[in-house]
Design a protein around this ligand. Sequence first.
Ligand code: PEP
Ligand code: CO
Length: 467
Amino acid sequence: MPESKEDPMVWQPRSWQQKEALQQPTYPDREAVDRVLERLAQLPPLVTSWEVETLKEQLAEAARGERFLLQGGDCAETFDDCTSPAITSKLKILLQMSLILVHGTKKRIIRVGRFAGQYAKPRSSDSETRDGTTLPSYRGDLVNRNAFTTEDRVPDPKLLLRGYERAALTLNFVRSLVDGGFADLHHPEYWDLGFIEHSPLAAEYEKIVASIGDAIRFMETLAGRPVGQTDRVDFFTSHEGLHLFYEQAQTRQVPHREGWYNLSTHLPWIGMRTAQPEGAHVEFFRGVRNPIGIKIGPGMTDDWLRRLLDILHPDDEPGRLTLIHRFGADQVGEHLPRLIRAVRASGKTVVWCCDPMHGNTQKAGNGIKTRRFDDILTELEQAIDIHAAEGSTLGGVHFELTGDNVTECVGGARRLEEADLKRAYRSQVDPRLNCEQALEMAMLLAQRLSKSAARAQKAARQVASGG
Ligand code: PEP
Ligand code: CO
């Protein structure tokens, strides 16, 4: 199509190319990239606009405090981990956590995996130098390979297709498991992660499972039929919408709906490093109908956030925008209240989601990147209290976790120490909670949410009774 005929004011999936795009790989052969993108644009979408709209409706409920969002998965998925055990263990831990959260919050949970596309990573430097050799940084399996050789590190556009295929394989398996009854709340025994059996948390978890089983059976006996959606809970997908060519290639118009949908995932988010109002990422996500997330950290000024709200959430469409805040345990108290007020002053509604991982990354004594269980929990607890004090609602949480027994974060019931990190450190990027730490985090989070809700109810009763 001749470029000149297009109205430059009308948003197009490629409009972002007129803006500065940070964190993009430099491909040596642009024609090879174009060939891949053409192919990618012809392949069927990974998700549908119906699913995307359903998620948006559910997120609108989370913004009103009627549902709770649980988003979690790897910092970076790898192609090698596209295996049956890796996918099932992620589903299992997310299902277990969601069961605990249902129990604690008495709300329906929206389950969103950081999977089926979480393959591109922002990096602090474009290159990495080892022993005098400088090569491009590893930017995730969608872009290049982690091994430190020229061949592996030069960005390879074919990996975009391999990533799309892995995402499709992952989604196919997740959908089949869910349709086949794996996510049936009547059968939490399907989600047993062997490791948990021997955990100090096992008894507490079994108690929660039993109590939910009782509640479901009670309701079904009363109703004389299955109630709600207990035999099949949904999973949605999300990833950082970082690699704009990849996102663009899967952005389409669909029959009977207006606008453009990014059908590579249900809930893409804009990372903190690429959230400039004038930048390419904001320009791209301005034009898609998906619900979207934005990561916000201590550097986010009130004015910057206001501009993002103007550009990305102009109509205050329910469920459209999730703000994923990641300040760190030591800074959440300083920054969250002012940003809650800035959003309130805009008159707009968002889902507030706490990512207690990315503000709490530190180097252990042995130089390994880690996070402390207690810092993660402290940030979560503070976020709950701050939202309550500001008359706002924490609508969800965002974790980096795995269903496997890795040793990447320190602390938790088994008191992992820095010396344990080397034993099973498998993340190529950020440290994740292992399955036991994730389960414990969900339990402590559920307790805190339940206490906070009880306090709010009590205060409301006192107001109602004039006391
Ligand atoms: C991430 O979620 O892995 C990430 C890079 O986060 P942030 O943009 O918040 O730093
Ligand atoms: Co990360």
